[in-house]
Design a protein around this ligand. Sequence first.
Ligand code: 9MR
Length: 376
Amino acid sequence: MKRTSSLMLGIACSLCVQVMAQSSLREATKDLFLMGVAVNNYQVNGGNRAENDLIKTHFSSIVPENCMKSSEIHPEENRWEFGPTDKMVAFGEANNQAIIGHTLIWHSQLARWFTVDEKGQPVSAEVLKARMREHIHTIMKRYKGRIKGYDVVNEAFEDNGSYRRSPFYRILGEDFIKLAFQYAHEADPDAELYYNDYNMSTPAKCDAVVRLVKSLKAEGLRIDAVGMQGHMNMDSPSVEAFEASIKKLADAGVKVMITEWDISILPNPFNHSGANISDRFAYNEANDPYRNSIPKDVQKAWNKRYTDMFGLFIKYHEVVDRVTVWGLNDGHSWKNNFPIRGRKDYPLLFDRENNVKPVVNQMIKQANKASKKLKK
Ligand code: 9MR
């Protein structure tokens, strides 16, 4: 009798462990792709226990939301601020997470000194090359073997596929991208290297990135994946448009990463898309309708948007290596201030009190179902 009951207890416990094991996004997606989250300095500094538990439980990868951008990590030519990134890397290692570096070469949050001389005039091509090399080498050598992969270049194209007239482009022309990938590979030959951009479901932009991938490969340079940022609205992009871009990128011979996923629930009266930080529209109350609560039908539509997109990523799990959400909870999201300042948005998977939103359970079910199929 005693033996039977302890046996039964054993079976019950192992069932319990199995149910628990499958009740996190991290666990449910483990055979599909890395499930990532952007973390901020507050969280890395110990912040809030509930948030840190969620990061650890639900995510197998982290990326710093801001602390590795050049204005933060390298604010002056001879001054480095490694503290927050050191902590972030230690935090990811303690949680056994794949750590991603974001971002080495980007026109925004660009350190003021980086592309100009002491008079504020653009530096020569030679000086800029040396600065890029030094910047990339210093960071990548410091975190060698600890950071899995880097967004080497971020947002180098306009939506129409032309090159963005960034300071890097104006001084070095389109070669700045190749140079960045070359320096990155020299610095840490084992690190994965990515190109990252928003509005990647816009055909002209995706085509430009495909051309870039092909030209890097033709020159024998390493590029592992293209990051499709994935800042989405309720009405755009369509699943079909996103799928078409995943296919094009996969055909170009790279993996795809969904690197900065969020879905704004708010009205989009200007039909705005993407993440060009200088895009701004004036606030009015009509465009901020959910300050107190979200109507049921709107919430339902938002859940469906998430699960439709997640279903797409799962469908392409052989190509999609990582799906990273851009922030943990709604309270921290940059979307509360973009493209209109001061609204109340709900774009992420956990609410302002760190409650797990129902959509997470739906996503866990989707991932579990797909993983089960894989095992058959
Ligand atoms: O989420 C980031 C926010 O905290 C910063 O203020 C902002 C400044 O540009 O950058 C945000 O992250 C951006 C990311 O690094 C690159 N793609 C667009 C993201 C949203 O702007």
